[in-house]
Design a protein around this ligand. Structure first.
Ligand code: MG
Length: 423
């Protein structure tokens, strides 16, 4: 196959800003403006024009090996959506890419659900892509415009699924793994952590033990009021040196003194971070809480776009506590990989650590997250405890071994044995 010509491969790289300069910009109230301009200056790879010759949607219900429990509910199966798009070059070559939209079943986490994702894909994004299929696409910016991603508010999962198909196809067209469309640096593996979602002490400890036995690079446990200090103390007693962090999924309240005392009590356990203790649309109260804790706060649900990330960076920097901020970047939670790349680059510029959380994706979304994780700095949520996420997945997930997961080096996502592409 003839390779598509890339006109400009990757963007002007961000230069890290020296700490003294960050403090200075923050004091003058100019850090937000500076980072906004920096994010706007990022330019994606641009290439010879392509158009779209076909799009269809595959929907699969996948049973989980380990039902997932969070502070908002328990689920045993998930519906995953796979937009499959065929692109055409000017000389008539066709290449197909796939993405994944991974909502939770009910609007617990971010207001999205499988029903809403189905409607957004079938009634808005796919018809719009069909209507504009002959428009020339020369970068992700064109694709986001023609597909309606730019015009649709929220509905992040669906937008990420559609965008994923573009990146997979572009990687195949230019003969590069997707992660090397975002950075020129070759990498072979990323550190893999696990997320333990169980509110039963014995079960949670059993899952942590299984994960530790596989050499996992770090463990995250879900907490909620009344199931926090006791859980962490029990884990620390057995594993004093384990890289450990907690995720509260918005279950705490800054104005409840018992909640704040419990979070403060977690400071003694040398945790990497406390993730999303407060409301899922809040950044300001998280910043206030962060002033009362030594453990860094990680924002997850609160970050839906690069603007939110910049806002948080500016607040923490003004208070001189930027070393207590971490951001979990999930491409599906921010509406796609391009927005996720921008967030990662802005965080990198100011030294805020990042990692890639999971939405319990199938092999497709998981593989895409592995590519994205090359731009982050801490271990991501990439593996379950002992068993794969799904009883029957749609393809093969990149290999996990001793705390790391391999990055595919084949063009596109480098997916293996993906059965949905044939349908
Ligand atoms: Mg989280």
């Amino acid at each position: 196959m003839k390779k598509l010509k890339i006109k400009k491969l990757f963007m002007k790289e961000f230069q890290p800003i020296p700490q003294s300069e960050i403090a200075n910009l923050a004091k003058k109230g100019e850090l937000g403006l500076y980072l906004t301009k920096t994010a706007e200056g990022l330019t994606p790879p641009s290439h010879e024009p392509i158009t779209i010759s076909n799009i269809h949607l595959v929907e699969k219900k996948l049973g989980l090996n380990l039902p997932f429990q969070t502070s908002f509910g328990r689920f045993a199966e998930l519906v995953r959506f796979f937009p499959i798009i065929t692109f055409k070059t000017v000389d008539g070559q066709e290449i197909t890419g796939v993405g994944e939209a991974p909502p939770l079943p009910y609007p617990w986490y971010d207001g999205e659900s499988d029903g809403l994702t189905r409607v957004t894909l079938n009634e808005y994004l796919i018809p719009r892509i069909r209507a504009n299929s002959q428009r020339e696409i020369t970068s992700i910016l064109d694709f986001r415009e023609m597909s309606g991603i730019n015009g649709i508010v929220r509905n992040y999962m669906a937008k990420c699924g559609v965008e994923g198909a573009y990146w997979d196809a572009l990687g195949k067209l230019v003969g590069r793994p997707v992660y090397r469309l975002w950075s020129n640096e070759e990498k072979y593996s990323v550190e893999a952590g696990t997320s333990v979602g169980s509110f039963n002490l014995e079960d949670a400890l059993r899952r942590v033990k299984t994960a530790v036995e596989t050499g996992i690079s770090r463990v995250k446990v879900k907490i909620k009021p009344g199931f926090d200090v006791m859980l962490v103390a029990a884990i620390r007693e057995k594993y004093p040196d384990l890289k450990l962090q907690v995720d509260a999924n918005a279950a705490y309240d800054l104005y409840n003194p018992d909640h704040v005392s419990a979070l403060q009590a977690l400071d003694q356990f040398n945790l990497l971070m406390i993730e999303q203790p407060l409301a899922n649309d809040d950044r300001y109260y998280h910043y206030q809480l962060s002033e009362q804790l030594n453990t860094p706060i990680c924002l997850d649900e609160s970050i839906e776009n690069v603007r939110h990330a910049i806002e948080a960076i500016e607040m923490w920097a003004r208070a001189g506590i930027l070393n207590r901020l971490i951001i979990n970047i999930k491409p599906p939670r921010v509406g796609g990989f391009w927005e996720a790349v921008k967030i990662a680059k802005v965080c990198e510029a100011v030294g805020v650590p990042t990692w890639c959380g999971g939405m319990i994706e199938s092999a497709v979304g998981k593989t895409a997250n592995i590519h994205f994780s090359t731009l982050t700095t801490l271990p991501g949520d990439h593996v379950s405890q002992g068993k794969p996420y799904f009883q029957e997945d749609v393809g093969e997930t990149p290999r996990y071994h001793n705390g790391v997961i391999d990055i595919p080096q084949e063009p596109g996502w480098g997916l293996k044995k993906v059965n949905i592409l044939k349908s």
